[in-house]
Design a protein around this ligand. Sequence first.
Ligand code: MRU
Length: 358
Amino acid sequence: MHSHVKPLEWKAGEALLLLDQRILPHQEVWVTCRNAQDVATAIRDMVVRGAPAIGVSAAFGVALESSLPSAGDLHSRVRTAAELLRSTRPTAVNLHWALDRMLRVVDSHAGESAALSKKLAAEAEAIHAEDLAANHRIGQYGAELLSQRATVLTHCNAGALATSGYGTALGVIRAACEAGKTISVFADETRPFLQGSRLTAWELQKDGIDVTLITDSMAGHFFQKKQFDAVIVGADRIARNGDAANKIGTYTVAVLAHTHGIPFYVAAPITTIDAACASGADIPIEERSSGEVTHASGSGEDGQLHTISFAPAGVEARHPAFDVTPASLITAIITDRGVARAPYDESIAALLATSEPR
Ligand code: MRU
């Protein structure tokens, strides 16, 4: 199978290597994490980002921590590490889901430390592998929704870099291309962190998929020009009623799609659905540093990390990192267990009740 870019590499029991997404696309630098603290810092600082990828990374962070030699009680050390990782980013539920799954292994293990450490590594590896498989199933379900020739708008990066290595929204696009469809992608640059220009444009270009970069503010113009046949985005957390949190600016795109009668699809693994959230109002929205709005940083062609400012010093700025798209604007939610449509309360409950396909 064709291999795509990947955000992480597990060196069993030794280290987790993370591709530094802050300085893509001009440099490919791998950051080495040897314990949970290293992984937590990397998640907080956006070395690795994207809901499934931070869940997988956190699971490996717990596994790494459990393999370190230490005199203290292993169970409590691992629990502390999990809580540190949990505190890094609040919105993507996959992070919390992965940590809860790792903690269930800890809870059910009464034996010796070496055996627990092995079990935790195996669990993290399983989470990683299952996510990749889920991406491919999302791709299969989603590809059927696209016509033989289509231009698709996406926002942020829900690609290989945000997952175990194929993507959710971009997984649908990849699967459609693999099925012989002719797909062109428009990528919103996705201010302020620029996941669209730095990551989506880069990984699609690397795969030879036709991609055109636009600024977020250009989307309305291209909708008016009837440029798009569909919108596909990822999600960080989906409530029981189908409301979906995703990168800031997604809601704006959904309103535009609705106004112009263009289908708006959300592609996400079942692990992104949070049954504890009745609606989008229950989803915590991360507020990041205003410095990410007043400044931009990235690597120049020289490979060095540069930061520039384009706002008056001291100006008030806000940075909610996600917004919630109401279910009423979502044409369908494409998961690894099938496609949910309105009424979402029923279709999501039915998907959650289905066991995972093997
Ligand atoms: O702040 P980020 O870059 O972690 O936000 C990522 C997104 O909003 C993605 O669209 C989402 O996590 C889905 S990734 C498959």
